[in-house]
Design a protein around this ligand. Structure first.
Ligand code: NAP
Length: 313
């Protein structure tokens, strides 16, 4: 994509390690362009343990803010001058606004998930939720579900200790369970929302569910949500759809959390459903390519996160 710059263009970025696969620059630059805002959003690798160093660099370099992904979200938490309610709830920060030398920390993961659910007509209020996984994403999702009035959230995780530790954060709503097929089947039988927060089924990930038969125990019409957005339909979602359940992938969560982050960065109010609808096709298509590198004649693919700058005088 072509991004116009001038000497006063404000800088934003995403930090992480690894981060070069991130779709945030594509999403954010597309939104900035659509809204006519004079910002550029870059991709900045920052090694584990270097969040504090990066924060000082970003202030010095005059960044307007940045997003953070693995492994920096929790390291940034104690470095913030102010924190929003969700960042405090999760103990982690995914959006940092830099203003007048101060760092304001937000976390838009949970609200992104919740808005995506509402958008799909699956308000979690009063529902008995079965949540698979206990990693970073599960933490934001589970605590947001508890905050938004889910009747109960059973957290099934391979490493039971991690599920127990997460449940201790809101024991009145969250309860831990194992990840064996008998437990999954028993839990599914009394669920009225099932959310996969494990990385099972992710493109390029470490594995797939060995056995999806627990889906057969779900009551009719129980929505099944997968946080994964690549592929757009995981094996879990495909099976749930075959069984007649409404399904929701992680694409809108990804888009909504990015939209809310941009609102914080720029102070601009964005029509989130309209913007998400505009962005979604971007992530359904393979990366663009450019024909030839002028310097050596070798083909050079244009990656998702690469931005071509056109200087404007
Ligand atoms: P994470 O912190 O690494 O957690 C991974 C979770 O998956 C853990 O609960 C882990 O269980 C479980 N798991 C991994 N391999 C497993 C296996 N073979 N069998 C059973 N459980 C297994 O990852 P994360 O950051 O939470 O992300 C989880 C997924 O959510 C990823 O696919 C990510 O792409 C997606 N995500 C989507 C969005 C979005 O905006 N849509 C946002 C964040 C994350 P153990 O605890 O036992 O290791």
């Amino acid at each position: 994509m072509l991004v116009e710059l001038n000497n006063a263009t404000k800088k934003l970025c995403v930090i992480g390690d690894p981060v070069l696969h991130s779709k945030s620059p594509l999403i954010q630059n597309t939104m900035l362009q659509a809204l006519g805002l004079d910002y550029i959003y870059l991709c900045q690798p920052v090694k584990v343990g270097e969040a504090e160093h990066w924060l000082a660099c970003a202030k010095l370099a005059g960044y307007a803010g940045f997003n953070a992904t693995m492994p920096h979200k929790e390291d940034l938490f104690p470095l913030m001058d102010e924190l929003d309610e969700d960042a405090r709830l999760y103990g982690s920060v995914n959006t940092v606004v830099l203003r007048e030398g101060r760092a304001l920390g937000y976390n838009t993961d949970g609200v992104g998930f919740h808005q995506a659910l509402l958008h799909a007509g699956a308000d979690p209020k009063g529902r008995r939720v079965v949540l698979l996984g206990s990693g970073g994403a599960a933490k934001a999702v589970a605590l947001k579900l508890a905050q938004q009035g889910a009747a109960s959230v059973t957290i099934c995780n391979r490493t039971l200790e991690k599920a127990r530790a997460l449940c201790a954060r809101a024991p009145e709503v969250l309860s831990p369970a194992g990840f064996d097929i008998d437990t999954l089947r028993a839990q599914a039988a009394r669920a009225d929302l099932l959310v996969n927060c494990t990385s099972l089924g992710m493109t390029g990930g470490m594995g797939q569910f060995d056995d999806l038969s627990f889906l057969e125990a779900l009551p009719r019409e129980t929505p099944v949500c997968d946080l994964i957005y690549a592929p757009l339909e995981t094996a879990l979602l495909a099976r749930a759809r075959e069984l007649g359940h409404p399904t929701l992938n992680g694409l809108n969560m990804l888009l909504y959390q990015a939209i809310f982050a941009l609102e914080h960065f720029t102070g601009t109010s964005i029509n989130a459903p309209a913007m998400a609808a505009r962005l979604a096709p971007l992530l359904n298509t393979p990366p663009e390519t450019v024909p030839l590198d002028r310097t050596n004649g070798a083909p050079r693919p244009l990656k998702w996160c690469m931005v071509t700058a056109a200087m404007v005088h």
